[in-house]
Design a protein around this ligand. Structure first.
Ligand SMILES: [Zn+2]
Ligand SMILES: [Zn+2]
Length: 365
């Protein structure tokens, strides 16, 4: 018995010695959610109830052009779920997700003005579903990002469940089929063009990637089905947020900490239907420093990219949009031989399905 315990302790010590990674506290957020204050079908208390059931830590509400939920039921904790009241500023195209603003820019302003007004208030802005294709069967126009010369937003929504799912709906039979399999579209990860866009932008300037669900819970006529219930959406795509201090359950300081983490890209996108184990970390280190995902760092020899996963996974290291290394297991530990914008993609399970997309680490020359 003592032998066994001794072995376990030795193993734990060894794992720690191999992984002295930076200490972060991880929280699971669902972002981009609509309530009855715009075109969603649930009240905010109902949505909060579903979030609680799905063990969501942070609910990022984004009704179209309104923050009414900030008055009722109010931003902050509702039980153990922290409600962030943002909005989706909704011009005809170029939708923008914002959080941490008091007043919303009018949707009829030019995109650069919308983004400017958000950042003037210290808020965060993310281009929503940048490569949305629309859908003829569902009579949805494309809401893609068209003004591609605009910059200065915080980041982009790299993965949007509703927009990605609707690509699969080519008619009523495929619509019904895909309604029964809401997660099937997520198996191979975000659309290639969304990842390529992110990689291009990130090489110009730090660009935070987030995942959104775009939940509306729209009922399907003459059925009991919805596209999708909030509960289903909350198991689709999460944004895992990494904080340097644990949440204190006081609204003010916790909102500030989450804002800093999202602004700095201390977050990763997770396909939560495959499992929501916490413990993923991705960082870079050299003898003098440790930098976390989302950070910028100057290149130096002896630098190593490191990571840990709570489950065995296939790791792909992506530099400037191209895969440069693949490994499998719980750990990543490889030398960095040149500057670039480095992120990792984790696939898991026998079928190797897409699970986690880290934010990049920006290694500058
Ligand atoms: Zn939208
Ligand atoms: Zn939306």
């Amino acid at each position: 018995m003592r032998d066994r315990i001794g072995k376990i302790h030795a193993k734990t010590r060894a794992t720690r010695a191999m992984n002295p990674g930076p200490r972060y506290y991880e929280y699971s957020a669902v972002l981009h959610v609509h309530s009855r204050y715009s075109d969603g079908f649930g009240t905010v208390p109902e949505i909060l109830g579903q979030a609680r059931e799905a063990e969501v830590d942070i609910l990022g509400l984004t009704d179209h052009d309104t923050r009414r939920a900030a008055e009722d039921p109010g931003e902050g904790y509702h039980g153990r779920v922290l409600l962030l009241v943002g909005a989706e500023v909704t011009p005809r195209q170029n939708h923008v997700l914002t959080w941490f603003t008091e007043t919303l820019p009018p949707a009829n302003e030019p995109l650069h003005t919308i983004i400017q007004r958000v950042s003037d208030q210290g808020g965060l802005s993310f281009i929503a579903h940048p490569n949305d294709r629309g859908n003829r069967t569902l009579r949805l126009p494309s809401y893609r990002w068209t003004e591609r010369d605009i910059r200065d937003f915080t980041g982009i929504e790299v993965w949007n469940h509703l927009s990605h799912w609707s690509d699969r709906v080519k008619g009523i039979p495929t619509g019904l089929w895909n309604l029964r399999l809401p997660w099937r579209v997520l198996y191979n990860g975000p659309r290639a063009e969304d990842l390529a866009l992110w990689d291009r932008l990130a090489q110009e300037r730090p660009t935070v990637g987030i995942g959104g669900v775009d939940a509306h819970a729209v009922p399907v006529p003459r059925t009991h089905w919805k596209v999708f219930s909030y509960g289903v959406s909350f198991h689709a795509i999460r944004t895992q947020i990494f904080l340097t201090e644990p949440l204190s359950h006081q609204n003010g300081p916790d909102l500030q900490q989450i804002k800093r983490a999202l602004r700095d890209g201390h977050c990763a996108i997770m396909a939560a239907h495959l499992g929501r184990e916490k413990g993923f970390r991705y960082w870079i280190e050299d003898p003098s420093q440790v930098q976390f995902m989302g950070d910028r760092v100057s290149f130096c020899p002896k630098m190593r990219l490191r990571g840990i996963s709570p489950v065995k996974a296939i790791w792909h290291v992506v530099r400037n949009g191209g895969r440069v290394h693949t490994t499998s297991g719980h750990l990543l530990d490889i030398p960095v031989v040149e500057p670039g914008c480095y992120r990792v993609e984790l696939f898991r399970g026998k079928k190797g399905r897409a699970w986690i997309y880290s934010n990049p680490i920006y290694v500058e020359a």
